[in-house]
Design a binder for this molecule. Structure first.
Ligand SMILES: [Mn+2]
Length: 248
C-alpha cells in the first residue's frame, strides 16, 4: 500500500477575494509524491496541538513546502525591508509540526521555505536577503521554476549525496538562506558561492533542499529520487509502526 505523505498548505487569496483565503498548495507537490509512489494528503496550516497529534497519526511522512518568508521574530532578529509579509499562522503550525514529527521520528522532506522552517524550528537562523546580507556571487532568486540556474556541491557521505551524486544542477527561486544551523542539523550541499542548498539531521529522519525538485521530477531522475526517498522512508516507518502494534 502507498504510504501517506502529509503536505503543508497555506492561506492564499484568489482573484477579487481578499476577505476569505483558500488553503492551497502548488499542484506539483502532490503530483510529485504520487509519481514517486506515495499518496498525498494536504494538511491545513492550523496550529492547534491536538489537531497536529491526530494528523500525525494519519501520515507516514511529511513534506514541508515552499512559500513566503518566515517571520524573522521567530529567529530573534529585526525584520529586513526585503523580507516578505509573514504568515504567522503558517509559521506557528509548521514549527509545531516539525517538533511533533521529530518527537515521533516521522520521515520529513523540506523544500525551499520547508528547509528554512525546519532550521528555524530547531533554533537556526536565516539570511533575510542574500543580496543585502550575504553578497551572493550567484543569482538565487531566479524567476523561472524550470531553469537550472546553478550547480550544487553535495557531501559524498550524505543521504542527499547518495540520491543526487556529488554535484547536481538545480533551479533557484529563493532570496533567503540558512545562516546558522539548528540543533542536530548539518549543511550537506552548497552552491558554488557557499549558500546552503541541502540540510540533513543526524538520524536520517530529515532531508531538506533549497531548490525545487517538485518542478523538475518529470525529467530529472535525481529530483524524482528525492520524493522516492521520502516515500521509501515513509514505507519503512509505516511498517515499523505496524509491527509495534501502533497502527495509524
Ligand atoms: Mn540557490
Amino acid at each position: 500500500m502507498r504510504p501517506v505523505i502529509g503536505i503543508t498548505s497555506y492561506a492564499k487569496y484568489f482573484g477579487e477575494e481578499t476577505q476569505t483565503a483558500y488553503f492551497a498548495v502548488r499542484e506539483t507537490y502532490p503530483r510529485a509524491i504520487a509519481a514517486a509512489g506515495g499518496a498525498a494528503l494536504i494538511l491545513p496550516p492550523l496550529a492547534d496541538g491536538d489537531q497536529i497529534a491526530a494528523l500525525l497519526g494519519a501520515v507516514d511522512g511529511l513534506l514541508f513546502t515552499g512559500g513566503t518568508d518566515i517571520d524573522p521574530a521567530r529567529y530573534g532578529v529585526d525584520r529586513h525591508p526585503a523580507t516578505q509579509q509573514s504568515d504567522t499562522e503558517r509559521d506557528a503550525s509548521e514549527i509545531a509540526l516539525v517538533h511533533a514529527a521529530m518527537a515521533r521520528d516521522i520521515p520529513v522532506l523540506g523544500i525551499c521555505r520547508g528547509m528554512q522552517i525546519i532550521n528555524v524550528a530547531l533554533g537556526g537562523t536565516l539570511y533575510q536577503d542574500l543580496a543585502a546580507e550575504y553578497g551572493a556571487a550567484q543569482s538565487h532568486p531566479h524567476g523561472s521554476w524550470k531553469s537550472l540556474v546553478h550547480d550544487i556541491r553535495i557531501a559524498p557521505d550524505s543521504r542527499l549525496g547518495a540520491i543526487l551524486g556529488t554535484t547536481h544542477a538545480v533551479n533557484s527561486l529563493h532570496h533567503q538562506a540558512i545562516r546558522t544551523t539548528g540543533r542536530g542539523l548539518r549543511v550537506v550541499a552548497q552552491a558554488e558561492d557557499g549558500v546552503p542548498e541541502g540540510l540533513e539531521d543526524d538520524h536520517q529522519r530529515l532531508l531538506a533542499v533549497q531548490f525545487h525538485p517538485e518542478e523538475l521530477y518529470g525529467h530529472d531522475e535525481g529530483a524524482l529520487g528525492l520524493f522516492a526517498d521520502l516515500v521509501a522512508r515513509a514505507q519503512h516507518f509505516h511498517a515499523e509502526r505496524l509491527s509495534a502494534g501502533v497502527g495509524r
